[in-house]
Design a protein. Structure first.
Length: 754
């Protein structure tokens, strides 16, 4: 027991160290330093009132300050102040006119939340614009136009000084952000590898469960989270890989993408091997666990600025496992089960060997012992990263009743209007801005996200308000309170994605102290009671309005299903065309990498949408069982395409390319036709023939596996092609079933599994 407790404590300490060394914490520290510098300059030059209003300006600007590429950073930060400062002034002028102020808040909220049409880039802008309006409601109303203009000028100074600081800080810390982001990706990959290792040794209860694609649910969740993380890493790490250090990190990211493919391919024959010899998988699981530890150790070394230790070479152990299986097969040449076991052991060992090679390559790149392969990415890195400029196109396409951004903007405007009206009727109406702030941070685009924010917001506010009230009861100097505001803002910013309850706690401390400085209040005990009441009211309103004009996943998931089918078909076409490449460089490789990214992103989007739908009312829930089937078959198709790609690129010399090329072309045609959702399709076994009507792929996947002693990989490739064609048909059948159940007038959705 003591040993287990010690291990648990050590794991917690390691995790705490990784968190403290992460890019989010460094960014939070940078935000706190920037805010402190701006506030200190304003305090020294113009006094406490100017510093307090300038702190509001920094908050408006810093919400969008996250680790990102240097390109476009200035314009990205400038958007929120340019939109928010006019509203800050307007609220100052209307603060003494409640009706007029309410008539401003509602349409301004609608326009602010329309910026969510830009996706992740627009969400911080919407929050910043809302904060500009609502924090302007915290101080006493301006006594004159001159005072309102002066406050706005102080706020603008704080915002623009912070924009300049953050642009310079991001450029200075960009190299460290790249390293930290790469380390974070490696830690996620290590966790994914451990999940895969656990599947190696998990014995299903029965054979039917072994073939159930829903059994890969945990892996799909991790893959979906990794897909989002990888896009953020691409945006940062692949920007202008012009120096040796940047190229080394970019090369590591490319290897991680290949390793993800290898992990998926490594699972393909697990179920069949489990059925005949589960003990054979235990050494493979142990090897995979060891490799996961080495990847995590590599990430830790990068975070600590150390040279990583060389990775272990597992080729001898894997070869020994293959040799034992093949020796047993040689001694029993007529035993079909032993021959099948040897073939499967060989297949799985080859896949794990590919993963082992990728881990060793990662370490060699980190140690500077190997040059990165960036031929396509070096020339076309802009194609892999998110746009760095603002485009009007998302706003032009948002004016449709079913568009989530439009419905969310209407929902938020109505919630703000209701919250403002109720807050004005309460005895503590002077603190109406806190109710509205709570609505803004809790109300999200989906019910699942709103519920998550609701619970964290209430818990964080209770603790944070208590801490702030205790501090105010000590009557510290205003400069001390301003320093605490700065520190709390840094903590809130650092944990907004990682742990929102911590952000809510720090945000409550910051908000209450900042309001105290702006308002010059002296009732901390009453503030605590009011703050808790306002928070409960705001979260209740946000929760209630999440059911108003809802963007149920059911209404959006059909487009996501079509996106998955389209991306899978395109990915298959480019993957099967790799055989025509003399080397993996140039435009064909670029097209394949982009198609592969879209396939992963589309499937991950479907997984995340299905997860969000699980908390929605049963009457509007999409067909969860059918979606799980689609996700599982899609994941298996990705695995087969990854295995085919591996054979074409890593074992090219073991193929008879002239003999298998017609089969590759035929399989690409079959898969694309099956996944073309614009054409009718009937489920059937694929019959693929050449121009002379000779069969290229069998109508069924051969149950007799290729000879384990044969060095030619062509037979394995043909088997993978047949499996991929079958899975493409399964994906299409699942997609048709989902779309049929989503169609108007369809029967009640199949309930989710308990």
């Amino acid at each position: 027991m003591a040993l287990l407790q010690g291990t648990s404590l050590n794991q917690r300490l390691v995790q705490a160290r990784r968190t403290l060394l992460s890019a989010a914490i460094l960014n939070g520290a940078s935000v706190a330093v920037g805010m402190a510098l701006v506030v200190a300059v304003m305090y020294a030059a113009l006094g406490m009132a100017a510093a307090s209003n300038a702190s509001v300006g920094t908050i408006i600007a810093l919400i969008s300050d996250t680790p990102r590429a240097r390109r476009g950073k200035f314009s990205h930060l400038l958007a929120a102040p340019l939109l928010g400062l006019p509203l800050f002034l307007a609220v100052q002028l209307l603060r003494g006119h409640p009706v007029e102020l309410g008539l401003l808040l509602v349409p301004a909220t609608f326009l602010a939340f329309l910026s969510t049409a830009w996706g992740r880039a627009g969400m911080p802008v919407a929050a910043a614009v809302m904060f500009a309006m609502l924090l302007a409601m915290a101080p006493q109303p301006a006594s004159s136009l001159q005072e309102a203009l002066l406050r706005t000028a102080w706020c603008a100074c704080g915002a623009f000084l912070y924009v300049l600081y953050a642009t310079a800080s991001n450029a200075l810390l960009n190299g460290r952000y790249r390293t930290q982001t790469m380390a974070s990706v490696l830690l996620s990959v290590a966790a994914l590898m451990r999940t895969h290792a656990g599947r190696f040794t998990r014995v299903p209860a029965d054979s039917a469960q072994a073939d159930d694609p829903r059994a890969v649910g945990d892996v799909l969740q991790r893959q979906a989270a990794l897909a989002e993380q990888l896009q953020a890493a691409r945006d940062l790490i692949l920007e202008s890989p012009s120096t040796p250090r940047r190229q080394r990190l970019a090369g590591m990211l490319i290897v991680v993408l290949e390793l993800r493919d290898r992990l998926i391919a490594g699972e393909l024959d697990i179920e069949r091997l489990q059925a005949i010899q589960p003990a054979a998988l235990a050494p493979l699981a142990a090897t995979l666990d060891t490799m996961a530890d080495e990847v995590a150790a590599l990430a830790d070394a990068m975070l600590l600025g150390r040279t990583p230790e060389p990775a272990s070479d597992h080729r001898a152990a894997l070869q020994a496992l293959r040799d034992r299986a093949e020796a047993l097969a040689a001694a029993n040449p007529h035993d079909d089960e032993i021959l099948e076991r040897a073939a499967l052991v060989r297949s799985v060992c080859v896949r794990v060997g590919d993963e082992d090679a990728a881990v060793r390559q990662l370490t060699a790149l980190a140690r500077g012992e190997q040059a990165p392969q960036l031929s396509a990415v070096r020339r076309g890195w802009q194609l892999f990263v998110s746009p760095a400029y603002w485009s009007i196109q998302p706003l032009l396409g948002v004016w449709h009743w079913r568009q989530p951004a439009l419905r969310h903007a209407l929902r938020a405007a109505l919630a703000i209007g209701a919250g403002y009206t109720l807050a004005r009727l309460l005895p503590w109406g002077s603190r109406d801005y806190w109710v509205l702030l709570t609505i803004v941070v809790v109300l999200r685009g989906s019910l699942a996200q709103t519920l998550e924010r609701r619970n964290a917001r209430v818990a964080g506010t209770l603790v944070g308000s208590g801490l702030a009230v205790g501090l105010l009861a000590l009557h510290p100097p205003a400069a001390v309170l301003l320093l605490v505001v700065v520190v709390a803002q840094g903590v809130a910013h650092a944990f907004v994605v990682r742990h929102y309850a911590t952000t809510a706690l720090a945000g409550s401390v910051m908000g209450l102290l900042l309001a105290h400085l702006l308002y010059s209040g002296d009732k901390p005990a009453l503030d605590f009671i009011e703050r808790v009441g306002d928070t409960l009211l705001g979260t209740g309103i946000a929760w209630a309005f999440s059911y108003v004009l809802p963007s149920w996943e059911r209404h959006q998931i059909a487009d996501t299903v079509r996106r998955v089918a389209r991306a899978m078909g395109r990915h298959a076409r480019f993957s099967l065309a790799l055989a025509t490449l003399a080397e993996v460089t140039g435009q064909p490789e670029l097209a394949w990498r982009l198609a592969r990214r879209e396939a992963y992103d589309a499937l991950s989007a479907l997984v995340l949408a299905s997860n969000r739908a699980l908390v929605e009312p049963r009457a509007v829930r999409p067909p969860i069982a059918a979606l799980e089937q689609l996700q599982g078959h899609g994941y298996q198709l990705l695995g087969q395409l990854s295995a085919i790609q591996s054979i074409l690129l890593l074992r090219r010399q073991r193929l008879q390319l002239d003999a298998v090329q017609p089969a590759l072309d035929a399989a690409a045609r079959v898969i694309e036709e099956a996944l073309d959702m614009t054409r009718p399709w009937q489920p059937s076994e694929p019959h693929v023939h050449d121009a002379d009507d000779a069969p290229l792929l069998g109508s069924a996947v051969p149950e007799v596996l290729p000879d384990p002693f044969e060095s030619d990989s062509s037979a394995w490739l043909l088997r993978r092609l047949a499996l991929a064609c079958r899975l493409a048909g399964a994906v299409r059948a699942d997609a048709d079933r989902v779309l049929a159940e989503l169609a108007p007038g369809s029967p009640e959705p199949v309930p989710a599994r308990a």
